[in-house]
Design a protein around this ligand. Structure first.
Ligand code: BES
Ligand code: MN
Ligand code: MN
Length: 482
C-alpha cells in the first residue's frame, strides 16, 4: 500500500516535470511546427473537384512522410475507389491502451475566390480581434489540416521524451468533405488493424480560450438534390406565362411549404424519432449558451430565426433542421431574358439529431417532396450522402483524461457541448469498430471553415498540441488505475 502510494507520488511528480519540459520544447519548436503546417496548407487537396486529384494524392504523400518523420511504423497509403487513406502507428506495448486518431487532409473548395483577402493556398499569418497572437489564413487551416497536424506533433513531443504510454494509430482520410463515401468499406475491411480503446478527433470547436469545451455531440446529415421539370423547353414568358406551371415558381412553393409557421420541418414523420431532451438538461446546456448579440454581430444579421420554443444554442445543436444550400434554373446571365424555364433545381440538406436515421429521413423527404408536386411538373429526388448524429459519454476514462488535460492547459474545467456540424464517419466507427469517439476540437466558430478567409489561431494550434500531449499520459494513467 505504501509502495503503491509512493509510486503514485513519483508518477505525479514526473508528470509535472514532463508537462513543463514539453511546454518548453513546444515553445522552442513552434516555428518549425507552424512552417510544417504552412507547407501542408499550400497543397490544394480539394476532394470535391476531380481536377485536384493529383494534389489530393500529393497531400496523402505529405502525410505519409510526416508520419514516417515522427517515427510511425506500418505507414501506408491505402488506395480506395475515391481518395486515399493514410495509416501509420506507434505501438509501445501490448498492455497499453490504444488510441485511434482520425483526421482528414482534404479541404472544401475555396470559392468564391474573390472574397479571399489572400489566396487560399498561400498561407499568411495575420492578427485578428479574436486571435491577438495571430492566425494562419488558408483553406483547411482549421478544417482540418491544422487540427489534424496537432496530433502528429503531440505524439512527436511525447516520443521524443520517451513518454508515449499509449499505442497510437493514425487514420487520416481524404474524403471527409465529400461524405467519406469509401471509408466505411475501408474500416470494415481493416477492422483488426483499427482496433482501439478510444477514437480521438480534433475537427470541432471551442467557444473561447477562456471557456473551452469538449464536444459531446455531432448532428447527422441527409443531403438531397431535387429537380422540377415542366415544359419540354424554355418558353417565351409572354406567350406562355400564366398558363403553365413554371418550375421555378413551383419549386419555390414546394420549398416554402417544407416549414410551418413555427419554423418546424413540415415532413410527415420527420420528428418521430427525435431525441427529447429534458428541460433540466436543456437548461444546463444553455448555461454556456450562444450569446445572441455577439452571434448576430459576428455574421451581420439583425435578428435570429428558427424553430419556435428553442434557443439559438438548441437550434444549432439538439434540434433537426432543413436548409436549401443552392437553387438554380432559368436565366441568370446579364440583363433580362423573358423566359419560363423548363426546369429548376435545388440542393437541400437536413441536419439530424440522435435517433433519427439518415436513410429513413432521406426516404421520408423523397416521398413527401414527390407527394406535394402539383400536376404539370415532374419531380426527381436524389440522395447525395449522409450520416447519423453522434453523442459521446462524459463518464468515460477518455473524457476524464481530456478534462484533466484541458484543466492543466486552459486553467479551467471544460464544459460539455454539442456541435451542429457532422462527421459522418464517427457514428460509423461506433457501428463497425464498436468504439467510442472523443472530440477534442480547438477551432472557433468564427474561424470561417468552408468560407472565404478560413483561419486557425496560432494559440489554438499550440494549446491544442499541448492539451493532446497531456491527454495521452492522463489516459494511460487512468486506464492503468481502473
Ligand atoms: N469539421 C467539420 C464538421 C464540424 C465542424 C463539426 C465544426 C462540428 C463543429 C467537417 O469537416 C464538415 O464540414 N462536415 C460536413 C459534413 C460532410 C459530409 C460534408 C458538415 O458538417 O457539413
Ligand atoms: Mn472537418
Ligand atoms: Mn469541413
Amino acid at each position: 500500500m505504501i509502495f503503491y502510494q509512493k509510486k503514485k507520488e513519483t508518477m505525479f511528480c514526473t508528470f509535472m516535470v514532463l508537462e513543463k519540459i514539453m511546454k518548453k520544447q513546444l515553445q522552442n519548436q513552434k516555428d518549425i511546427f507552424i512552417e510544417q503546417l504552412i507547407e501542408l496548407l499550400k497543397i490544394p487537396s480539394i476532394s470535391a473537384d476531380p481536377h485536384y486529384k493529383e494534389d489530393v494524392k500529393k497531400t496523402a504523400i505529405w502525410i505519409e512522410n510526416a508520419l514516417n518523420h515522427i517515427g510511425c511504423s506500418s505507414v501506408q497509403i491505402y488506395e480506395t475507389e475515391g481518395h486515399p487513406v493514410v495509416y501509420g502507428e506507434v505501438l509501445v506495448s501490448e498492455t497499453a491502451p490504444t488510441v485511434l486518431v482520425y483526421g482528414h487532409y482534404d479541404v472544401q473548395p475555396p470559392d468564391p475566390l474573390e472574397l479571399w483577402e489572400s489566396p487560399p493556398f498561400e498561407p499568411v499569418i495575420k492578427k485578428t480581434d479574436l486571435h491577438p497572437k495571430g492566425a494562419i489564413f488558408a483553406r483547411g487551416a482549421c478544417d482540418d489540416k491544422g487540427q489534424m497536424l496537432m496530433h502528429l506533433k503531440a505524439v512527436e513531443l511525447l516520443k521524443k521524451n520517451n513518454a508515449l504510454t499509449n499505442n497510437i494509430k493514425f487514420i487520416i482520410e481524404g474524403e471527409e468533405e465529400v461524405g467519406s463515401d469509401h471509408l466505411e468499406k475501408f474500416i470494415t475491411d481493416n477492422k483488426s488493424m483499427l482496433q482501439s480503446d478510444i477514437i480521438l478527433i480534433s475537427d470541432t470547436g471551442i467557444n473561447s480560450i477562456e471557456n473551452p469545451a469538449i464536444t459531446t455531440g455531432l448532428r447527422g446529415l441527409s443531403y438531397m438534390e431535387v429537380s422540377v421539370t415542366g415544359p419540354n423547353r424554355d418558353l417565351h414568358s409572354g406567350l406562355y406565362g400564366g398558363t403553365v406551371a413554371n418550375p421555378i415558381n413551383v419549386l419555390c412553393d414546394m420549398i416554402a411549404s417544407l416549414h410551418d409557421e413555427n419554423k418546424r420541418v413540415n415532413i410527415p414523420g420527420f420528428y418521430d424519432q427525435v431525441e427529447e431532451i429534458s428541460e433540466l438538461e436543456r437548461k444546463k446546456m444553455n448555461e454556456n449558451g450562444t450569446d445572441e448579440n455577439s452571434f448576430k454581430a459576428s455574421i451581420g444579421i439583425e435578428a435570429v430565426m428558427g424553430e419556435k420554443g428553442f434557443t439559438t444554442l438548441d437550434r444549432r445543436s439538439i434540434r433537426p433542421t432543413l436548409d436549401v444550400n443552392g437553387i438554380w434554373g432559368g436565366y441568370i446571365g446579364e440583363g433580362a431574358k423573358t423566359v419560363i424555364p423548363s426546369h429548376a433545381h435545388a440542393k437541400i440538406s437536413m441536419r439530424l439529431v440522435p435517433n433519427q436515421d439518415w436513410q429513413n429521413i432521406s426516404q421520408l423527404f423523397e416521398q413527401h417532396f414527390k407527394a406535394i408536386a402539383p400536376k404539370g411538373v415532374k419531380v426527381e429526388v436524389t440522395t447525395h450522402h449522409g450520416g447519423n448524429a453522434y453523442v459521446t459519454p462524459t463518464d468515460s476514462l477518455a473524457y476524464k483524461a481530456a478534462e484533466k488535460a484541458y484543466k492543466d492547459v486552459f486553467g479551467v474545467v471544460p464544459h460539455a457541448k454539442r456541435d451542429g456540424g457532422s462527421i459522418p464517419i464517427v457514428p460509423m466507427f461506433e457501428k463497425v469498430l464498436e468504439t467510442k469517439t472523443l472530440l477534442m476540437g480547438f477551432g472557433f466558430d468564427s474561424d470561417a471553415i468552408h468560407s472565404p478567409n478560413e483561419h486557425y489561431g496560432i494559440e489554438n494550434f499550440l494549446k491544442g498540441i499541448e492539451t493532446i500531449s497531456l491527454f495521452h499520459p492522463y489516459f494511460s494513467k487512468l486506464y492503468e488505475d481502473q
